[in-house]
Design a protein around this ligand. Sequence first.
Ligand code: AMP
Ligand code: MG
Length: 404
Amino acid sequence: MLTVTEARERILSHFKATTTETVPLIEAVNRTLAIDILADGDYPPFDNSAVDGFALRAEDTSASPVTLNVVADIPAGSAPTVSLQAGQAARIMTGAHLPNGADSVIPVEDTDFNTRHAGTVAPKTITFSKHINAGENVRPRGMDMRSGDPVLKQGRMLKPQDLGLLATLGYANVTVHKKARVALLSSGDELLEVDAPLEPGKIRDSNSYALAAAIVNAGAEVIRLGVAKDTRESVTGLLDKAASEKADLILSSAGVSVGAFDFIKEVIDANGSMDFWRVNMRPGKPLAFGEYRGIPFIGLPGNPVSAFVGFEVFVRPTLERLNGNMDGDRQTVRVRCEEEIESDGRESYLRAKIQVQNGIRIAILTGHQGSGNLLSLVQADALLIIPAGVKCVPAGSEVDAILL
Ligand code: AMP
Ligand code: MG
């Protein structure tokens, strides 16, 4: 049986990044940047004040107290024309352009014109007893970025703060990878719609919600196709519909095990091919990969936790590859196991809560690890990875964990 690593490599070898498109900046969040971004100039573009106060010449502040004549008023957004001479100051607001001649700013709170008196009209003079150093409370031109600096790398999934940076640089539009498109289906006669009352023997289709959300969360687009019944015809019908969507990936859950009504494998074989359908892992052994009518297909197990783990381990990396996302969205960290953990020798993914004690991440399993128990997944912050071949992890030892 394939190891997790072999299976993942085999899957990933079939995918490459989608082509690119240019989208309005506001739509670029969670999209993968397709170009390197360099600063086109210095930012901030001019020396400016870091505080509300008075721009002055540091050399004028050695006496105590100091009185300076206020010769100008510089609100944010203006371009000052004055040039400060000895003994002069200019009222200045945060972010406003420093006038010529000034090299520093005294905060208004440190002068006799304190905030209680501050109004729209500037005072004629200010008095204070404080030595100011050249450069104090000034944000010099180019402090944040210098012209030509590389600031964002191709392959980065854009975060809100990245959009702020791109806006600073004047990108109204930005070139990103096309979103990977995933056709998603569930399968099973027991599955009810989310709004249906429970009936004997039936459960609600939770996978199609958890997986659709995981797809969107990974920066891809989901085409939700609903639930196939446990018949050859129904499975064929829905897979044909999935193929007609010309998605980058068809993703199903359930029906790939060895049950009498598990038709997915058979239907894939009839109209495509199955590469493998089992991986040496827990949960999630029945995991299938192949193609259906020329479109790559991943069949996740039906149990909700197995489906989720299979998504994290195989589908998320696939979507990252398709989206051109080079960074990966999940962080793997070392954690210390609070208690002894038994394993069956398969590579295992266990749900745990992480508590930081004295700077060390301690992992505490979140209750019963049955692959149908969604609540223990909801309560978990991480999936602990118990390597293949390990039967017992002693209390206090360290393992890798994927932070969720
Ligand atoms: P199967 O792989 O079809 O044998 O399904 C394994 C288990 O997962 C069974 O207990 C199913 O009821 C459950 N299951 C399958 N699909 C879903 C789904 N979409 N939502 C919730 N549970 C499911
Ligand atoms: Mg089933």
